[in-house]
Design a binder for this molecule. Structure first.
Ligand code: FES
Ligand SMILES: [Fe+2]
Length: 435
């Protein structure tokens, strides 16, 4: 019993928080400031970047290294077990991430997912509330997903401990007798805030186990602009660290090479482009603009409505790219998230809604092809990344990728110091590239 009490104590002690802070400590604000000034940024394939100045590609002008707390935390157990994954895999904690599609959870079935290397068991209580628990019994670690769920509580398959699904609180330990004084209600299975939105189970990946930050923003929601619309979801796994997935998503220069097709564009349609960007909280916006004239779908839209087409593209931490296209009363809105599953695997979840006369099946067949092209490219890239090459980011085409790393570091630094977050962009910027 003493052993159990000790674990409970650890779960609520401050030590977990300090470990958490340690993870932010490996990023250095000065290094990032230098990084953003460099014309080329070199970084290691494992997702932790290094910057090099133009005068010598091998001169490292800022080095961001991995924290070495992982192993010691693995040994520590208890609260440390809760915080091991966050200790430094380049993941951003304390954000909402989509764990799985709502359609994967039916009746009293328990579903499993992994986010940021944390195994989760998810379900819907009889009152309709979505829940997410750590898929590990706090007694002896067997996945709770092997247990039974009656609509209220999850019962572990090993010794039958029962946990309230929506709070993680233990409500029964069958082996206890009337002489035992163990306070069952003080034991918690790991659990995370969970909400259903846009057809996904969203989980707030809280770095502190059961203790939540003071304020949690609501889970993201796709913007829609009329009552009736069509909506569709697509998903695709990428065999890489989330950072590679994200910078791949915001990379304009691969379009003519990876996404060649007669209806979209060919490599011969490459031309110089000028795009305006502005900083927004936690991210950046490609200011509303008239989309690329070499893309057939946009030309068709403009012809149909007779009104100008404008597109706004935002990226915000931790992983969200949204795009809104509007022309007169017609609109198209999409969101792509790149979610870290584990260090070498991330997943794109793409949801799109529109009120155009565009059948879902037609859109899906194009979007699938598009995603597949990205996926195939990243499978090939993963082959190269396995050998830890040094890589580079160039201006201007890779500037958004530099901002992404700058935003990440700025956020971690502000969490570490408690100071306001330093944004990598000082104001609006115009970028030029050919694509
Ligand atoms: S391992 Fe779950 S009740 Fe013992
Ligand atoms: Fe792409």
């Amino acid at each position: 019993m003493a052993y159990i009490e000790l674990l409970i104590e650890e779960n609520t002690s401050e030590s977990g928080n300090m470990q958490l802070d340690a993870r932010g400590g490996c990023f250095d604000a000065l290094a990032v400031a230098r990084l953003l000034r460099c014309d080329a940024v070199y970084y290691d394939a494992n997702g932790f970047e290094r910057a090099a100045s133009e005068d010598g590609p091998y001169e490292v002008c800022g080095e961001l290294t991995m924290s070495d707390t992982v192993q010691s935390l693995v040994q520590a157990g208890g609260a440390a077990r809760e915080t091991v994954a966050e200790s430094d895999l380049g993941f951003l904690w304390d954000f909402w991430y989509p764990a799985l599609r709502s359609t994967e959870v039916t009746d009293k079935r328990l579903a499993t997912a992994m986010l940021l290397e944390v195994p989760l068991v998810l379900g819907r209580a009889s009152d309709g509330r979505a829940f997410a628990m750590r898929d590990s019994c706090p007694h002896r670690g067997i996945p709770l997903s092997y247990g039974r769920f009656d609509g209220q509580a999850v019962e572990c398959s090993y010794h039958g401990w029962r946990f309230e699904a929506c709070t993680g609180r233990c409500i029964e330990i069958p082996s206890l007798t009337s002489q035992d004084k163990l306070k069952v209600e003080r034991i918690f299975a790991g659990h995370y805030p969970c909400e259903e939105r846009d057809g996904y189970f969203w989980v707030f990946m809280n770095s502190q186990g059961t203790r939540l930050p003071e304020t949690i923003l609501p889970a993201p929601q796709l913007a829609v602009f009329s009552e009736k619309y069509r909506i569709t979801h697509l998903t695709c796994d990428l065999p890489s660290h989330v950072d590679h997935g994200i910078i791949g998503l915001m990379d304009p220069a691969h379009g003519p090479f990876v996404h060649q097709s007669w209806y979209w564009r060919s490599r011969h349609s490459i031309h110089e482009k000028e795009k305006k960007f502005e900083p927004i909280p936690y991210g950046f916006r490609m200011s509303p603009h008239t989309p690329s004239s070499n893309s057939a779908p946009y030309r068709m839209l403009q012809k149909y409505t007779g009104e100008p087409v404008t597109t706004t593209i935002d990226f915000v931490l931790p992983n969200i790219r949204t795009e809104e296209i509007r022309s007169g009363k017609l609109w198209f809105s999409s969101r792509a998230t790149v979610t870290p599953v584990r260090r070498g695997l991330c997943r794109i979840d793409f949801v799109a809604a529109w009120n155009l006369l565009l059948p879902v099946w037609i859109f899906r067949s194009f979007a699938k092809k598009f995603l597949r092209q990205d996926q195939e490219t990243m499978i090939l890239q993963a082959e190269g990344l396995e050998h830890n090459p040094r890589l580079m980011l160039i201006d201007d085409a890779d500037r958004p990728a530099k901002w992404y790393f700058g935003l990440k570091t700025g956020l971690l630094e502000s969490r570490r110091t408690g100071e306001a977050m330093v944004h990598p962009m000082i104001g609006p910027v115009t970028l030029h590239w050919r694509s």
